[in-house]
Design a protein around this ligand. Structure first.
Ligand SMILES: Nc1ncnc2c1ncn2[C@@H]1O[C@H](COP(=O)(O)OP(=O)(O)OP(=O)(O)O)[C@@H](O)[C@H]1O
Length: 294
């Protein structure tokens, strides 16, 4: 069953950084192009996609890329049965029954979004195999969705003029993802998202967790310096800041170099993200925490 999201996404924090990207992406969507937000984990791609979709003011259709998808998961297929039973009791001593089972065509999410003019968010679309995504090629370019012969419809579905698509992907993920087709990438405008700036991360922590500005800034500095100095491209991300921030807030921990609880929390959240460089990570983290005020 397809999910159409009518609700607004969780509170979106707007800063100069997010506004710049939003303005660009919105411009492309308004001109009818698909937008592709590409960037490492935790850089806010999905959140921004939801925000953009809500600004488009149409119902939102969400799909998560999946290696097990085939084209029917996007377009639809014959699932379930309709059951028809005719009981003929015209001559009361004779009962004649006739049963007919027919498979029913059910539209999948892409078809629904194209037909109704929804905004499609296809999160991590390159987790699906390229051939599963083939239907998107003509939907984005010719504005026609090619329907399979057994759909009992005409061969093509004309895409609603308000249909829009927003894709996200993570270029640095290697497991469970497929190389996106050049032809599909050529039909979208790709915006590369790096890590948000310090101001944005700080504002997100303040707004989402309720931390004070100075505490939010200290956490953002520790996490960013840890990532940069260890040269970790993927982790830790804004998500790690949010984890640390939430626990600090809910358990009233001091963000200070003298707080053993805060130091242990940072170690638990960050060190596992250093992979095999645990010793190096541990030394670096102690050094960064020692620089915090007491
Ligand atoms: N502008 C924002 N306002 C509020 N919260 C945000 C914002 N940007 C990101 N976040 C929060 O940061 C976290 C990571 O964001 P998100 O899940 O969108 O990242 P992502 O790039 O899609 O990550 P992944 O590739 O791992 O799915 C989430 O908890 C999200 O709610």
């Amino acid at each position: 069953m397809a999910t159409v999201l009518q609700a607004r996404p969780r509170q979106f924090v707007n800063t100069a950084y997010t506004e710049r990207i939003t303005r660009r992406a919105l411009r492309y969507l308004q001109s009818g192009f698909a937008v592709h937000l590409r960037g490492p984990s935790g850089t806010g791609k999905t959140t921004l996609a939801m925000h953009l979709a809500s600004l488009m003011g149409r119902p939102i259709m969400l799909i998560y890329g999946d290696d097990r998808f085939d084209s029917s998961d996007l377009i639809g297929g014959r699932t379930g049965f309709t059951h028809r039973r005719v009981v003929d009791n015209y001559i009361h001593s004779v009962v004649k029954t006739e049963e007919d089972l027919q498979q029913r065509w059910v539209d999948a999410r892409l078809t629904l979004a194209c037909r109704e003019g929804f905004t499609l968010i296809y999160d991590e679309f390159n987790r699906s195999r390229p051939e599963a995504n083939n239907a998107l090629l003509s939907a984005l370019e010719e504005k026609l969705l090619v329907m399979p012969p057994d759909s009992n419809r005409s061969e093509y579905l004309r895409v609603h003029p308000q249909f829009r698509a927003i894709f996200t992907s993570n270029p640095e993920e290697y497991t469970g993802v497929h190389k996106a087709q050049d032809a599909l990438l050529d039909r979208m405008i790709t915006i590369d998202m790096g890590e948000p700036d310090i101001e944005t991360e700080k504002e997100i922590l303040i707004s989402r967790v309720g931390l004070s500005g100075p505490d939010a800034l200290k956490i953002v500095h520790v996490v960013r310096a840890f990532r940069r100095k260890l040269d970790l491209t993927q982790h830790p991300s804004l998500r790690s800041c949010l984890m640390i921030g939430r626990i600090v807030k809910e358990h009233e921990l001091a963000v200070s170099k003298n707080s053993a609880d805060f130091r242990a929390l940072c170690a638990d959240v960050l060190l596992a993200r250093a992979g095999k460089r645990q010793d190096e990570g541990s030394q670096l983290l102690n050094h960064l925490l020692d620089q915090l005020p007491g």
